[in-house]
Write a protein that binds this ligand. Structure first.
Ligand SMILES: *Cc1c(COP(=O)(O)O)cnc(C)c1O
Length: 236
């Protein structure tokens, strides 16, 4: 395929996603401005990332530190924000705080303590989300809803971390409606945590919804959508 055609296609897909977001938001009486799109660029070449930036994406989401580092270095002069959405190992915390504006996947106190320590070293207050395994699947990472309460109480004491909200990665279903209960549990959990835990921090973000189910996520209160395939096309 010609490069020009590929760029056009990406622009077209991005516009299509943005229009669907706007429409879903309006249909459920939400302000479209309260929903931000994280364009998931994992496995995409720097060339494709550049095309996405040129097409106007504002936030890029990456899953792997090594891969992200190359892209972030390359595009450091561009006005885009980078979010980490993959599983983060404690020994990579140092890189994560240097590279990312928001880390979506904090799921243990050990990781939070290390992120706090590394953020302190570079005099940064790191924005984070707690990843919750609302489906309680054995194979998935993320804190259980009970663990999330404990984690948040402890994180409140870590001065170089700022907790912005929760993230979830529900089980995969072909029918997006089947994911709805997982999204609504995450929203409930956030509201219960806010009611129970006395915290000065905002905790408003809900990172949920991907290519297959983002419209349902919007209906259930998502504020950050993580979308890859609908924008870049299928990953190899
Ligand atoms: C890959 C990935 C996405 C994007 O998935 P698509 O189905 O391509 O939109 C979102 N969130 C996480 C955590 C991912 O790993």
């Amino acid at each position: 395929m010609q490069v020009d055609t590929k760029v056009k296609e990406l622009k077209y897909r991005l516009e299509n996603v943005e229009n669907r977001i706007r429409k879903s938001a309006i249909d459920c009486q939400r302000d479209p401005q309260s929903i931000r799109l994280v364009t998931v660029s994992k496995t995409m070449s720097t060339k494709r990332v550049k095309e996405a930036i040129d097409a106007g994406v504002e936030i890029l989401g990456e899953n792997y530190i090594q891969e992200a580092r190359e892209k972030i270095d390359r595009f450091s002069s561009y006005p885009v924000s980078w979010h980490f959405i993959g599983h983060l190992q404690t020994n990579k915390a140092k890189y994560a705080v240097r590279l990312f504006d928001l880390i979506h996947s904090v799921d243990s106190l050990k990781l939070a303590v290390e992120l706090n320590k590394q953020a302190k070293k570079i005099d940064k207050v790191q924005d984070i989300l707690i990843q919750v395994n609302v489906g309680q699947e054995v194979s998935k990472t993320g804190a259980s809803p009970e663990e999330a309460f404990d984690l948040i109480k402890n994180i409140d004491r870590l001065e170089n971390l700022c907790l912005r909200g929760l993230m979830t990665m529900p089980p995969f279903f072909n029918a997006p409606q089947k994911v709805r209960p997982y999204f609504s549990s995450l929203c409930d959990l956030r509201d219960r945590i806010k009611a129970v835990i006395q915290t000065s921090i905002p905790m408003n973000e809900l990172s949920m919804g991907m290519t297959n189910d983002f419209e349902v996520a919007i209906e259930e209160g998502a504020t950050l959508l993580r979308i890859g395939t609908a924008i870049f096309g299928e990953r190899n």
